[in-house]
Design a protein around this ligand. Structure first.
Ligand code: HEC
Length: 299
């Protein structure tokens, strides 16, 4: 059978498409690390694990709670004191369920009920990035728990009764309000600081993002619901997106304290989010129920 144009055309097409097909086989390891760095920035740079101006991810930052005192842990790839010997699955389990490979339960100071809502692909990329951060030899401090039976009785009961758990999506939403909601709730964990807590210390979901005068590390955290008087109802989506990217407020002042920390991040922060993602976050903030609650900003 003579080669008709159709066959030649098909062969040419095959030759042209072959290399592209080979490239399309999946993201390379380098792409995965870059994607992971982006997720790392979207969490605010996992800054709780870095003492201000200290080595990135080496832990040691102190957190006092009603139960006692903990220090954030070393999450660098150091094999003796960090997470260098943990498998990907073990790191992901610790991030989203708060279980260490040795079976120990992490305190929800590490917000695993929230991070549980992260998509598997994002966690996988995040882990690939964590493995590229320089290892630092720094031993974790033992926790000091002052409440009797806290870890054996109180914590499991509290988790079961009060900790609302995010559900992971099959795939991370890629655009629009759904993307914004995913970033706010599961990745950037805005509610960990901006949602007030009830007497049990669980986030008060009926006042989602309504601010608190008794935030983490004693911070005053503003109301970011769309209430025009006490929240950020008067900020435009562009202004919110600008604030998340630069810390610049519509009134000309700049973000301070813990908010400046998550915007700057460590090796990456909210500031590294692309405009589309910062706009998606702003659009989602506009959609949450407005809560009237005045939180005075500290000078
Ligand atoms: C680690 C705690 C923390 C996290 C996480 C956090 N914030 Fe904040 N945020 C603060 C604090 C503290 C302030 C007050 C900063 C100041 O006074 O300059 C603030 C201020 C703000 C403001 C300014 C509001 C105003 O009325 O001045 C906005 C908007 C905001 N945050 C949005 C967000 C969003 C959106 C997220 C998640 C993407 C987020 N924050 C995550 C602690 C946090």
């Amino acid at each position: 059978m003579p080669l008709g144009f159709g066959t030649v055309g098909l062969l040419t097409l095959l030759v042209l498409v072959w290399p592209a097909g080979a490239l399309a086989q999946g993201p390379t390891a380098a792409d995965e690390v870059l994607r992971g760095r982006y997720i790392f920035g979207a969490t605010g740079g996992c800054g709780c694990h870095t003492v201000p101006d200290g080595p990135v991810n080496a832990g040691g930052r102190r957190y006092d709670g009603p139960f006692g005192t903990v220090h954030s842990t070393n999450i660098t790839p150091d094999r003796q004191t960090g997470i260098g010997t943990w498998t990907d699955a073990e790191i992901i389990a610790a991030i989203r369920t708060g279980r260490r490979p040795d079976g120990e339960r992490l305190l929800p100071v590490h917000p695993y009920p929230v991070f549980n809502g992260m998509a598997q692909e994002d966690l996988q990329a995040l882990v690939a990035f964590l493995r590229t951060v320089p290892p630092v030899a720094r031993r974790n401090e033992p926790r000091r728990i002052t409440v009797p039976l806290f870890e054996s009785v109180f914590l499991p009961a509290w988790l079961a009764a009060f900790a609302p758990r995010e559900t992971p999506p099959a795939k991370a939403p890629t655009s629009g309000v759904a993307r914004g909601e995913y970033l706010v709730r599961a990745v950037a964990h805005c509610g960990e600081c901006h949602t007030p807590r009830t007497l049990t210390m669980a986030p008060d979901t009926s006042r989602f993002l309504a601010g608190t005068a008794t935030g983490p590390e004693g911070a005053t955290v503003p109301n970011i619901t769309p209430d025009p008087e006490t929240g950020i109802g008067r900020w435009t989506v562009e202004e919110i997106a600008e604030y998340l990217g630069t810390g610049l407020r519509p009134d000309g002042d700049v973000a301070g304290g813990l908010m400046a920390e998550v915007i700057d991040g460590t090796l990456a922060g909210y500031k590294d989010l692309v405009l589309a993602d910062r706009m998606a976050i702003a659009q989602f903030l506009k959609s949450v129920p407005a809560v009237k609650s005045r939180i005075e900003r500290r000078p």
